[in-house]
Design a protein. Structure first.
Lengths: 417, 149, 356
């Protein structure tokens, strides 16, 4: 086996003639063909290897300098010159690794490139099965493409962040392909409608996770029950911190329940809402906590607190909006109210302590702000009413003036008449 | 002399004239007072919706930041290590919480979900999907004026 | 004998010759008859116009006519400037009262046939002033740049664009472009504070001069030679003053009890709020256009509606020349048409508010 590797290492990377992509006889000839034989040549213009000066022979062997002006196709595709034709599927990973795991050869083209992908791959579920001889599983070319390989940063690459789910889904969403492995095939469908899927694929928010963010790229394997929360906790650090200090940490560990995933799911993570919390049948808390349990009471208390704060903030906001559209100056109370809304957001994060007493503190801060804002709103609207009284004074003066004028008119007309 | 009807009516007329004169003055005053007050410039001379005095120059040191009120929304003013002033909207682009300055990390942090922005307002870590909206900063005397671009 | 020190009155007379005006005013008389009460409405319209000019000039000290600053400047007036809310509310309410008074004045002159020879030009200048006041109202309504005003202007200028031949040109001329934008706001501001006031000054001067020259008209049923008259100064003027003071009191009460809203800043990209409607003095036309079928005899219903109102406006201006009263007939066309128009306006307006 390692003889083959050595041969490929030296043969493929170093001793073969290097020819520019355009001058490569392989590309030139194959462009004249059609169908399956023409495709790779057409894709060569987009391929990163060709752009770096490599050509077909660096993987397939052969001599790209002959075959057009001098020599024939046989001279080019000659076994003597290392031509291997279509690589054996079982050998593709090693073939790619012959360069991509070699720091010296990678340094020539991209000093920053990692060289541990093959080693990682061999630890993955795909890699282990591949080594055992299963040709169904994914290998390098299944995800990166064989011809027309684009850099990962290129949005058209099948492994660009927004395309990863569809690439994995090529196999993992195909019931026929997955039939012999006994794993579900609905993950992609669940993911694309999840909050992460929508954020990444629809809204192009590259901070959102996709398959490889939780499962790994080359070392792809499902995270374990006891470690999946560490993955979520990388981004959702505050909630993970709070959870670890909460009573659920011990309870979940004892029940062998994965943290985060048990309540939030893994592939179809939906946008959180206050409806998840509470004691109704539809809530998540109710799936474990019975009516008389401490957890039930805690859930009820937390839900009531959050809903109450939300309602009070909304009332204050409406009042202030009413005053503002009437033309009263309420920019300071509106500004202060934003802090109240911050408290509500923070409260929802603090739910992960699963401690109504701790939550109360945050809720009370928010309630105080809501109360002050409501008072400011009422005061502003009261000021509107106060002006009516102020105007009454002026109207009285005017009415007095009118009455006196009428008397004057009567006097003048009496004098005349 | 016997007081005649015309004497009484003369008195009535002069009383009426007196009252009329006084109430005319009162009416004119009631109209002119608001007009004069209106024309005198108010305490705040310009609407705070488009530009505000965020802080005085000696209120912020290098590598420090301050939240200020911009209209009815919060803004954050920072001074970088090199002494440059920058101002941004303090509304986090994730879920609208108010961000704050972290002097230990020398960056802008959102307490709600641990989002972080660098001192150019760019979102560098955590859930925020976009950078903070940047405002224009000018120094006039010892006042730092922030205005919408 | 020492030379008499001239009084200030003599001093001014020598330079201005103002005593001629004083004599004219002293000679002015107002007929007293059953319909004399309608004489007050011309002066009331003038007074309310003066209120508009004064409050408008005050608002000009703080208002900023650009899309980015207009709303904020009105908000500033209402919240920061002392009594700003009062000046602004009075300006908005007085606009409506002035237009109402103008309509009453016009209808009274119509039914009392004040336009008869030699007062035809008084009528024509008055009709044009009425249209001008509607233009003042339409252009001023946009200036706060809030959502309601933005969409009312959009709908109103859309309708102007439907007029045959000149419609598209008219629309672009009014809007300062194809859409309602900041350019429209600045343009309307120019109309509202410069072009319309200049035109109004000329027409008003003409109208008032003609009224003084020809004196007050009396209804056909009254004999101008036998009708009792009162002096304008001081009798009628004092009555006028009572009315004007009452108007000021009403305006103050309206400003305090029904303050004019600020609303929300206009956003050209957000959808129109439900129940968009122009100001009440355009509502009857707007409601008519809603009821007109889309096609009448193969022609566009909306265009016909607008042309119809245009024709009505033209007839209004030309009333002195198209109406002939005949003493021998039992009834005359004009009062009937006038009543029909008045009832129509009231009914359609009521329908708009009840249905909308």
């Amino acid at each position: 086996m390692w003889h083959l590797m050595l041969f490929l290492l030296f043969g493929a990377a170093q001793d073969q003639p290097v020819a520019k992509a355009a001058a490569s006889s392989c590309v030139q000839c194959h462009l004249e063909l059609d169908g399956e034989l023409q495709e790779p040549a057409k894709l060569s213009t987009q391929d990163i290897h060709f752009q770096r000066g490599l050509s077909c022979n660096n993987c397939h062997g052969g001599d790209p300098t002959v075959g057009i002006d001098k020599g024939s196709a046989e001279d080019s595709m000659s076994r003597a010159k290392g031509y291997i034709g279509r690589p054996d599927r079982k050998k593709i990973a090693a073939l790619c690794a012959s360069c991509h795991s070699n720091p010296d050869s990678m340094r020539r083209y991209n000093p920053q490139a990692r060289v541990d992908q093959y080693a990682e791959y061999l630890t993955s579920v795909h890699g282990r099965k591949y080594r055992a001889g299963d040709t169904n599983v994914a290998t390098c070319t299944d995800c990166h493409g064989a011809h027309g390989v684009r850099p990962v940063k290129n949005p058209n690459s099948p492994v660009y962040a927004t395309n990863v789910a569809a690439t994995c889904g090529c196999c993992h969403a195909d019931a026929k392909k997955m039939a012999s492995y006994g794993i579900p095939t609905n993950q992609m469908d669940l993911y694309v409608t999840s909050v992460h899927g929508v954020a990444l694929i629809k809204n192009r928010d590259l901070a959102a996770p996709t398959c490889n963010s939780c499962h790994g790229n080359h070392g792809a394997a499902p995270p374990g029950v006891d470690s999946v929360a560490n993955v979520c906790g990388q981004c959702h650090a505050m909630q993970w911190d709070m959870f670890k200090k909460s009573p659920h940490q011990k309870a979940f560990a004892e029940g062998n329940l994965p943290a985060c995933v048990t309540c939030h799911e893994h592939h179809d993570i939906k946008k959180t809402s206050d409806d998840m919390l509470g004691t109704e049948q539809s809530t998540i808390c109710a799936t474990c906590h019975d009516k008389d349990s401490k957890g039930y009471a805690a859930a009820a208390a937390m839900k009531a607190g959050i809903v109450g704060l939300k309602r009070d903030l909304e009332t204050a906001g409406e009042l202030l909006h009413k005053a503002e559209t009437a033309g009263m100056e309420v920019s300071r109370p509106i500004y202060d109210l934003t802090e109240g809304k911050d408290r509500l957001v923070l409260a929802r994060v603090n739910v992960h302590y699963f401690d109504p007493v701790a939550l109360r503190k945050v809720l009370d801060e928010g309630e105080k702000i809501a109360r002050t804002s409501q008072q400011s709103g009422s005061k502003a609207l009261g000021e509107l009413a106060f002006r009516r009284k102020g105007l009454a004074v002026s109207v009285v003066i005017l009415l007095v003036m009118i009455a006196l004028l009428l008397l004057k008119i009567r006097q003048i007309s009496r004098k005349a008449g | 002399m016997i007081p005649s009807q015309s004497d009484a009516s003369t008195t009535r007329r002069s009383v009426l004239n007196y009252l009329l004169g006084t109430s005319t003055v009162a009416t004119l005053a009631a109209i002119l007072y608001p007009v004069i007050r209106f024309m005198v410039p108010p305490r705040v001379v310009e609407s705070s919706a488009s530009s505000v005095v965020a802080a005085k120059v000696n209120e912020i040191k290098p590598n420090d930041g301050k939240i200020f009120k911009f209209g009815s929304k919060p803004g954050i003013l920072v001074q970088t290590a090199t002494g440059e002033y920058r101002a941004f909207s303090a509304i986090c682009t994730h879920l609208d919480c108010t961000v704050q300055f972290r002097s230990d990390e020398k960056l802008i942090w959102c307490a709600c979900h641990n989002g972080r922005y660098d001192l150019t307002g760019k979102n560098i870590s955590g859930p925020p999907p976009r950078p903070l909206e940047e405002f224009k900063v000018n120094v006039r005397g010892d006042e730092i004026i922030v205005s919408r671009g | 004998m020492s030379a008499r020190i001239p009084s200030w009155a003599d001093w001014l007379e020598e330079r201005l010759g103002w005593r001629a005006a004083q004599r004219l005013i002293e000679h002015k008389e107002v007929p007293q008859h059953r319909h004399s009460i309608w004489y007050y409405f011309g002066g009331m319209t003038l007074f309310l116009f003066a209120v508009q000019v004064c409050t408008g000039i005050l608002l000009l000290l703080y208002y900023r006519p650009s899309a980015e600053t207009a709303f904020e400047s009105v908000q500033f007036i209402m919240t920061e400037v002392q009594f700003g809310w009062l000046v602004r509310s009075i300006h908005s309410w007085s606009a409506n009262l002035m237009i109402a008074a103008a309509f009453v004045h016009m209808f009274s002159a119509l039914f009392l046939r004040a336009f008869r020879r030699p007062r035809e030009l008084t009528w024509v200048s008055g009709a044009l002033l009425l249209f001008l006041s509607l233009a003042f109202g339409f252009s001023g309504y946009l200036l706060p740049w809030n959502k309601l005003a933005f969409f009312a202007t959009k709908v109103g200028t859309d309708i102007a664009g439907v007029v045959p031949f000149i419609g598209p040109f008219l629309l672009r001329f009014l809007r300062g472009g194809d859409e309602v934008t900041g350019a429209t706001l600045t343009r309307f501001f120019g109309f509202h504070v410069a072009i319309l006031p200049a035109t109004a000054t000329i027409l008003l001067a003409t109208h008032l001069y003609l009224v003084q020259k020809h004196g007050m008209s009396v209804p056909p049923s009254v004999d101008p030679n036998k009708v009792p008259k009162v002096k304008f100064v001081p009798d009628f003027l004092l009555h006028d003053l009572v009315g004007w003071l009452a108007a000021v009191a009403i305006l103050a009460a309206l400003a305090a009890l029904f303050p004019w809203e600020l609303g929300e800043k206009a956003d050209p990209f957000s959808p129109a709020p439900a129940g968009i409607r122009p100001e009440w003095y355009f509502v009857f036309m707007f409601q008519t256009l809603k009821y007109i079928p889309s096609k009448i005899l193969g022609m566009d219903g909306e265009v016909l509606g607008i042309l119809f109102f245009g024709l009505l406006g033209l007839l209004l201006v030309l009333t002195p020349f198209v109406s002939k009263e005949r003493a021998d007939k039992r009834w005359n066309v004009l009062p009937v048409v006038g009543v029909i128009v008045l009832v129509y306006i009231l009914t359609l307006s009521a329908l708009a508010y009840l249905r909308g």
